[in-house]
Design a protein around this ligand. Structure first.
Ligand code: ATP
Ligand code: MG
Length: 433
């Protein structure tokens, strides 16, 4: 027996009261059986979208063309989708048309994997026509029906198979695996956004190193071709010789462990770190191109670009050296850069009790002191600004920028100079000379 959240239970019972069938379906059923918290609750019903909208007060047409209406309670939305058969597929991409069906079994048949094709309501219990429960218990990703046909209809499912394998720690069943390998090239027809979503879910999973399976299946060759050469080059670490690509995946696994303890809400930062580790073998420009191609947001793309750039920077382990580093690198990046460096030392050496680990520890301490003392390392922390310099007779423009730069450098060298009086004095000297 599955405990449904009260809104889901209400929606299902309300639909049934009006003479329709309704079930919780797909990912949420899979997740509760596994004891995982479902991301969202999807409901499948024999009612048409129009009929669903007649029953519930607050609805949003989120995917009306595909039969989906979102029913709102408080701020929560529940997707209610009419039983449907996906029509013929175009370009291994989307169904040309959707057809509604009165049968739950046909709706379950269109779904990708057996573990995602189970439905539940209180009245009928678990509806499991494709042995999804067995595959769930035995840890298997298996297509519903003929794997080759299902991948031909929608090539994204090939990447989804790997993603679920990484999220759940499951194996991919043989027929499904072989068909995936056969059809991986079709992923070239899939949009960057859909691919990005799946790779990100894979990287956020407990087994990000299963990106290796995507490599084995020929998926990375299509969606992340920069990764494949990294598997053909060896790197010497405390584990011995290993492909550089495997080393990167092992590093990502190390921050995954940190994410698990940091919890939710850290996903964006974690993805920035994961992509930095994955792409560090490229130049910062090449790395940026990968993320642009996958249509990442600008913030993520720029952070990864800067982290790759500064990852090779060697800290000068003096108070001045660290102020200078913080100035060049930017305070917004320092914590993440420390994390990247620490992760790489751990992956390379197996521990932090070594020269590199010691030096990093020292750098972190020096930086912490800068923060504790509120020392100025950025222009915006300088206690004079352009207006002050205008009062001293300087005109806005290039010369002004130059003087501000020199004042900042003076403060980096001697933090106690960061007060209005000293800075004005210093500025006056510079203006005269
Ligand atoms: P999660 O939400 O945890 O990422 P999920 O299984 O809920 O995983 P969704 O993408 O939310 O995945 O899709 C919900 C359900 O819709 C799936 O469980 C599956 O039954 C079906 N589904 C989603 N995408 C596809 C697809 N490309 N082909 C066939 N069925 C799909
Ligand atoms: Mg879902």
């Amino acid at each position: 027996k599955i405990e449904l959240p009260k809104h889901v239970d209400y929606i299902i019972k309300e639909l049934q009261k009006h003479g329709y069938e309704a079930y919780a379906v797909g990912g949420c059923v899979r997740d509760v059986i596994l004891g995982r918290e479902p991301e969202d609750w999807d409901i499948t019903t024999s009612a048409s979208p129009r009929q669903v909208k007649e029953i519930f007060k607050r609805t949003v047409d989120t995917g009306i063309l595909h039969g989906t209406v979102t029913v709102m309670f408080d701020k929560m939305g529940y997707e209610v989708t009419t039983y449907r058969i996906d029509g013929e597929y175009e370009d291994n991409r989307h169904p040309k048309e959707v057809t509604y069906t009165p049968y739950l079994s046909e709706d379950l048949m269109r779904r990708d994997f057996t573990i995602n094709a189970m439905a539940y309501n209180e009245e009928s219990g678990l509806v499991d026509i494709f042995e999804g429960l067995k595959d769930l218990k035995e840890g298997r990703i298996r297509c519903v029906g003929s794997a080759a046909r299902r991948f031909d209809e929608d090539a994204l499912r090939i990447l989804r198979a790997v993603r679920f394998s990484a999220q759940l720690g499951f194996d991919i069943e043989e027929e499904t695996f072989l068909a995936a390998k056969e059809m991986a090239e079709h992923l070239q027809n899939i949009s960057a956004e859909r691919i990005r979503t799946e790779i990100n879910k894979l990287l956020l999973s407990p087994h990000p190193d299963r990106l290796f399976i995507a490599y084995e299946l020929g998926i990375t060759k299509v969606v992340l071709p920069e990764f494949d050469p990294m598997m053909n080059e060896n790197k010497l670490t405390w584990k011995g010789e290993e492909p550089r690509g495997s080393f990167y995946l092992r590093s990502i696994k190390l921050i995954e462990e940190k994410l698990a303890s940091a919890g939710k809400g850290k996903e964006k930062e974690y993805l920035i770190l994961a992509w930095t580790l994955l792409l560090q073998g490229l130049s910062a420009e090449e790395g940026r191109e990968v993320l642009k191609r996958l249509k990442f947001d600008n913030e993520t793309t720029e952070y990864v670009y800067r982290l790759i750039t500064w990852n090779s920077y060697e800290f000068l382990l003096t108070p001045y050296g660290m102020r200078k580093a913080a100035n060049l690198i930017g305070k917004d990046l320092m914590r993440m850069l420390f994390c990247v460096k620490e992760t790489l030392i751990l992956a390379e050496e197996g521990s932090l009790s070594n020269r590199k680990g010691g030096e990093l520890e020292k750098a972190k301490e020096l930086y912490k002191e800068i923060l504790n003392k509120h020392e100025c390392v950025e222009l915006k922390e300088l206690l004079v600004n352009g207006k002050d310099l205008i009062e001293l007779g300087l005109k806005p423009g290039k010369a002004m920028g130059q003087v501000l730069g020199e004042l900042l450098e003076a403060v980096l060298q001697e933090p106690s100079l960061n007060n209005k009086e000293s800075l004005r004095e210093l500025a006056a000297e510079k203006i005269v000379s």
